[in-house]
Ligand binder design. Structure first.
Ligand code: BGC
Ligand code: BGC
Length: 571
């Protein structure tokens, strides 16, 4: 604290205000920091270094290094913080380890695993030069029409609380004031504060209408644990509580989070979220800083935001005490990351990204996330020596199994080449079947030369992320005649095992009834081998792993939402 005080004494007002604003790499160049001494840079879901969404690790290291070098040499010489959405592993970077989305991790019910996932993610972020992730998401989704439901671990506040602690610890390690985190750790962000998962109708960025008691008991469950574990950042939600947007809610951000809960890290805004406040625009918003936001996410609006904030500070519409508090909070996080040390430790070692031991953790997580909902006559695991047809629209589709926030923002427009370290569910199953002495073919249309003993049908949702993933009800909308495909197989006397890839439980009665076995596989990510480990028995007749996953959300008995009648309850 003393060092921060000394540093702040020699900072100009411009330099201080710079610390409060964050720009996106698609809208700023390192040289801009000479004139605008911003404190932080992010790389959002769209876009990558030098306009290349598929940039490799070394290129990320170079980009972050350039921003950092300019910030160190200009103004007050304070290095920038660099943040990304590593929300299921360092998922924006081809070749990094991709984990199941949070809904699958919730099914695993395994906080120890979550802590290891945090450690792997931190090592890979740090390996690419980055020191901050916008994770964990601590949403407690109540209405699964919400397109971000899969970013939430579970409907159960107690599991969210356990995972909040585990992921924060894994990403940051234990916090000791005055001792910087080691170079293989990064700052975490508990998001989106608060009740992003409680909006009416499951509407993204909507309004959560509820009492404070419910807000505390359900939606804030993870935050107390994250704060207690020393989470360095909290992100304000786009959503509202009883009609008031979180970005402008002084009671929640200042009185509750910083006051009552004792949070002393930084509160970051969400993508131009301040611009949605009454009387504000993306380039002008004193209200959000006065409410308690410390770092404004102004991806493309940073220049205007910087200029208007300077005017507000000079005029006193933002009190200098508030500015000083915000600057101190940003600098605290930097100090904890070792960025204020005279010779800060270096992050940026591409050899740490996508290593075999990291990929093995993802494979384990995939296996543990699978939930077996039906298994007539013990059709699973597949016996050694079986002849297996692998079919369905998701049989060989990395995008479907990885979901949104993977290489691209919505997870769309990717190709197999974007997943150099992965294997699709279908290919992994085929390899495991062959290893066990059987035969396997992958045919999306379900046509096989010889009659198989059993068919694996992989199908589910197409990738989506924020707002684009909101749906009107919980009915599964088939892509390509999945029901007819299963009916055709059954008519030929072939057993059908369905592997359902989805960001949420959906009402799929016909397909469940028609299948001999039904597996909820969520959005497992790129390590399809984890699915094969559980579904396919080895030569000795046992699979490498058994099913251990349990439902993190109830499975609906009809298409209505919120769910009133579950087919299967939370496990
Ligand atoms: C999302 C956040 C994300 C941010 C930066 C926003 O639109 O709501 O979850 O961290 O963008 O990409
Ligand atoms: C960005 C995301 C962001 C979103 C918000 C996209 O262009 O890449 O990171 O969350 O916009 O609208």
């Amino acid at each position: 604290e003393g060092r921060i005080t000394t540093l702040m004494q020699r900072m100009t007002l411009r330099q201080k205000l710079g610390q409060l604003i964050q720009a996106d790499i698609t809208a700023i160049k390192p040289a801009d920091l000479k004139r605008y001494p911003l404190g932080s840079i992010l790389a959002g879901g769209n876009g990558g270094p030098y306009g290349n969404e598929r940039a490799d690790t070394a290129t990320w290291v170079r980009l972050v290094g350039e921003f950092r070098a300019v910030s160190r040499r200009s103004g007050a010489g304070i290095p920038i913080l660099f943040g990304v959405d590593a929300v299921h592993g360092h998922s924006n970077l081809p070749g990094a380890t991709i984990f199941p989305h949070n809904i699958g991790l919730g099914a695993a019910h395994d906080p120890e695993l979550i802590q290891r996932i945090g450690a792997v993610t931190a090592a890979e972020l740090s390996g690419s030069g980055i020191d901050w992730t916008f994770a964990p998401t601590l949403a407690v989704p109540q209405d699964l029409r919400w397109g971000r439901s899969y970013e939430g671990y579970s409907a159960q506040p107690s599991l969210i609380a356990a995972y909040a602690r585990a992921l924060t610890l894994g990403l940051q390690g234990p916090i000791t004031a005055g001792t910087p985190l080691p170079a293989n750790k990064v700052a975490a962000t508990a998001k989106h504060f608060v009740a992003d998962g409680g909006t009416e109708g499951g509407k993204d960025q909507g309004d959560a209408r509820m009492s404070e008691a419910e807000l505390v008991a359900v939606h804030a469950a993870g935050y107390a644990l994250a704060v207690e574990t020393g989470v360095l950042a909290v992100m304000a939600s786009f959503s509202s509580w009883n009609g008031v947007k979180a970005h402008g809610n002084r009671y929640l951000l200042t009185d509750v989070l910083k006051g009552r809960m004792g949070f002393d890290g930084l509160v970051v805004g969400d993508w131009n979220g301040h611009g949605q406040l009454p009387g504000c625009t993306p380039t002008d918003c004193a209200l959000t800083i006065n409410a308690g936001l410390d770092l404004v996410m102004a991806p493309d609006s940073w220049k205007g935001m910087f200029d208007s904030t300077l005017r507000h500070a000079r005029r006193g519409t933002i009190p200098i005490t508030r500015i000083d508090d915000a600057v101190r909070r940003v600098l605290r996080v930097k100090a904890q990351l070792g960025l204020l040390d005279p010779a800060p430790m270096e992050r940026g070692d591409p050899a740490r990204v996508g290593t075999p031991d990291h990929l093995a953790v993802a494979r384990e997580a995939v296996a543990k996330s699978l939930v077996l909902l039906k298994n007539n006559d013990g059709v699973l695991p597949i016996r050694p020596g079986a002849r297996v047809l692998i079919t369905g629209p998701g049989a060989d589709d990395m995008a479907m199994q990885s979901g949104g926030w993977t290489v691209t923002w919505q997870g769309t427009d990717t190709t197999a080449a974007d997943f150099p370290k992965g294997q699709t569910v279908g290919r992994a199953i085929a390899a495991a079947v062959r290893d066990a002495g059987g035969e396997a073919v992958i045919a999306a249309d379900g046509a096989a030369a010889a009659k198989p003993d059993v068919a694996i049908v992989v199908f589910g949702e197409q990738p989506y992320a924020e707002f684009q993933g909101d749906v009107p009800d919980l009915a599964f909308r088939p892509l390509a005649g999945e029901a007819e495909l299963i009916a055709r197989l059954k008519a030929q006397g072939i057993k059908a095992i369905s592997v359902f890839l989805s960001g949420r439980p959906l009402f799929v009665p016909k397909l469940i009834n028609a299948s001999d076995a039904f597996v909820a596989a969520w959005l497992p990510g790129s390590q399809g081998q984890g699915v094969a480990d559980v579904l396919v028995a080895r030569r000795d007749g046992t699979p490498a792993r058994d099913f251990t996953g349990r439902l993190p959300f109830a499975w609906p008995a009809d298409a209505r939402s919120p769910i009133t009648a579950p087919l299967w309850p939370v496990g």
